[in-house]
Each structure stands twice: as C-alpha cells, then as structure tokens.
Design a binder for this molecule. Structure first.
Ligand code: UD1
Length: 366
C-alpha cells in the first residue's frame, strides 16, 4: 500500500487534489492518502468552502502558515512541513499547480530523499516576473514524477532536459473536478439571488499582482470594464489581494459608481461553477479559469500578455487580450456581437479520468 501525502495550500489547489484523494479512497488496499494543508490560504471563502463543496476530507495536517512575503511564506512552509514528512515517511508526496506551497514542499522532499510527484507539470508562460513561473520551473526540475495536462507541457519539459521517463501525460486534473460537480452546481442559488439570466451577464476575476498591484494597469482594465458594463452586467467576485489594492488606490468610489459592475465576496467552487458555466463571457487573469471555460465552451478573454496554457488558445475558447483598454473592449464587443465565436475542440485527455491515470502511474513507479 502506498502512503501518499497530498499537499494543498491555496485556492487553486483544492479542485486538483480532491479527485485524486477521492480516487485513492476508493482503492484502500492500494493507497493510504493523507491531506496536508499548508494554510497559505486561510479565509473561509478561500479555503473552507472548497473542502465542503469538493467533498475533500478535512486535512490530516494543518500547517497554518498564513500570508507573508514570498520568502517568509515559502520558508515557513518548509520549516513546518519537514518534521511532518520525517514523521510520516510517506511513499510519495504529491504537489499540484504552481503556488508557493508547491515548490516549498517539493524542495523539502527532494532534500530528504522522499519521492515527490508534480501534478500539472510543464506549463510555461516564459514570463519570469510571474512568481508562479519560478515555482513551476523549479518544481519540475526536482520532482521525481511529472504529470502533464497537455502535450505542450511535455515538449517544454523535454526541451529543459528532463528525462522522458519522468514525464507522464495524464490530462487535466481540474476537468475531473469540473465534470464531477457540474450537476451539483445546478443546485446553487447564486444566479437567482443576484437576479441573473443565463447568457446575459459576464463574469470577471482579477488577482494577479501584475494587474492589481499596479495602479495604471488596474486603471486601464477598469476603463475597459466600465465600457463593457454598459452592455451587460459584470459579476466580480473579489479576491482578498484585489480588495486590498482597491482600497489602497482609492478607486472604491469609481468602482461603486459603475452600477453594472457587481462586486461580491469570493465564491465557493459550486457557486462559481454555476455562475461562469452559463455566462456570456468570462474575463480573467486566472490560469485555471482559462481551462475551465475551454472545457465548457464559454468565451474567455484573458487579461494578461501571455499564458502558460496555450492549448486553451489553440483549441479552446481563450483569447489573450492583455491589459490595453481598447483591445479588451473590442474583443469583448466581437463576442457580444456574435462575431468573436471561435471554433473549439476539447484538448486530449481533458475527459474527467485524469485522477485514475495518475494513480496507475504512481503504482507502476513504485
Ligand atoms: C496565490 C498564488 C497564485 C494563485 C492565487 C489564487 C503564489 C505565489 N500565488 O496568490 O498563484 O493564483 O493564490 O488565489 O502562491 N489573503 C487573504 N486571505 C486568504 C489568502 C490571502 O486575505 O485566505 C490576502 C492576504 O492579504 C495576502 C494576499 O491576499 O497577503 C495575497 O495572498 P497570497 O497567498 O500571498 O497570494 P495570492 O495573490 O492569493
């Protein structure tokens, strides 16, 4: 039996780990899964809500690191994680995505000779000013097993000199959670509570430091949002980082006066899925949402200059629009006028069975 520590830390980790833990629990003779939460995210709306919505078991271990500078947060995770790994002596540690918890735990494992697997390996934005890009590059260099979501990720890893035997193309784990929960999300009341009609509203998420920590960039995006909101309501669940900078930059009043821009608290997994799955348009700087909109065929405008998920552009609904006001407004108008619809296809192995493939590889690799 394989004892596996499954690491979660921040909001985008929960939906990646939930299907893996569920699949392991179905095979108790093969797997003993533990869930470890670093506490990188700790607000009820950023963390607890996801455990409930995704049926993720309560963490067996909670490190409670909280927020801090990158160095402080990464170091705190490493310091608190090391004694747990030493005590538990797992056969595998599984890390997901590209957050600080991912690299911190991978680094602890490799120094202790504990095997570590990285789920969602190989994605590259080629923008090293993104903290996540550094986390991705380093985690992939040191992990023993690299589970990739798309073939471009395999190519990136091979080009970085990673031996092919460490790489397994298993598909996109987020889509396992998406398909598992689509039906349950129909029970959410979020749209009726907000008086929204399917396909007659847009959804916005914004939290990248490069967008929300920079006054000019945030201002350009806001100008675009004001223009788009004259055509349809934009629902904006606000990330805590963004909430802080809105106050710091003193743009609260400007935002409040844009009546069709409807700010709400961050949503749980099911409410958010219910919301974006019937949106006319999604605007985002998130990585995962680019993938989820592609899987559901919802038009997505990505408010960044690059993406580490190019397959969502090549095969899916994603359009990289950057942060130029006119570009955002014109691409949104093309979609709203019906001219911007892309021919889309489902990327290979985004089929809801990625967790099973990961388990098979773990068993074979032991
Ligand atoms: C982190 C990840 C990012 C991911 C995002 C999703 C890294 C480097 N970044 O960014 O890749 O896309 O999570 O949300 O790991 N805060 C709260 N409550 C919380 C968590 C955070 O109020 O539960 C506030 C704190 O003031 C904190 C700020 O949000 O300083 C930013 O949190 P942090 O975890 O540092 O980074 P994120 O921007 O959330």
């Amino acid at each position: 039996m394989l004892k596996v520590i499954n690491v979660v830390g921040a909001r985008p980790n929960f939906m990646k780990v939930a299907p893996i833990v569920a699949a392991m629990k179905k095979r108790p003779t093969d797997f003993l899964p533990l869930v470890l939460h670093t506490g990188q995210h700790y607000d009820a709306s950023m963390s607890d809500a996801f455990f409930t919505d995704l049926d993720l078991p309560e963490p067996d271990v909670y490190l409670g690191v909280g927020s801090g500078s990158h160095a402080v947060q990464t170091a705190a995770i490493m310091e608190r994680f090391e004694p747990v790994v030493l005590k538990e002596q797992p056969d595998w540690v599984l890390v997901v995505g590209d957050v600080n918890s991912t690299i911190a735990c991978a680094l602890v494992c490799v120094k202790l000779g504990i095997k570590v697997a990285h789920v969602e390996a190989g994605l590259r934005s080629r923008d090293r000013t993104m903290p996540e890009e550094i986390n991705r590059l380093l985690t992939d260099q040191i992990a023993d097993l690299l589970f990739t979501p798309s073939v471009d990720a395999d190519r990136n890893l091979l080009a970085e000199g990673i031996p092919p035997e460490r790489i397994s193309f298993v598909g996109n784990i987020m889509i396992d959670s998406l398909f598992r929960n689509l039906q349950r999300a129909c029970e959410s009341n979020i749209k009726s509570e907000m008086g929204l009609t399917d396909r007659q509203y847009a959804v916005l998420t914004l939290h990248r430091p490069s967008n929300v920590d920079n006054r000019e960039t945030f201002g350009r995006i806001l100008s675009a949002l004001e223009a788009i909101a004259s055509r349809l309501p934009i629902v904006f669940p606000v990330h805590p980082r963004t909430r802080k900078t809105i106050a710091q930059f003193g743009i609260d009043e400007r935002i409040a006066s844009a009546t069709n821009l409807r700010l709400i608290e961050p949503l749980g997994y099911l409410d958010f899925l219910s919301l974006y799955s019937t949106a006319r348009l999604v605007l985002t700087d998130s990585g995962g949402i680019q993938e989820e909109t592609t899987a559901l065929g919802i038009p997505c405008l990505t408010l960044r200059e690059n993406t580490e998920r190019p397959i969502t552009v090549e095969m899916g609904t994603n359009i990289i629009v950057g942060t130029d006001t006119d570009k955002i407004v014109s691409e949104a108008a093309a979609i709203l006028d019906g001219a911007g619809a892309k021919q889309t296809r489902q990327p290979p192995l985004w089929d809801g069975h990625t967790a099973d493939r990961i388990l098979e590889v773990l068993l074979k690799s032991h």
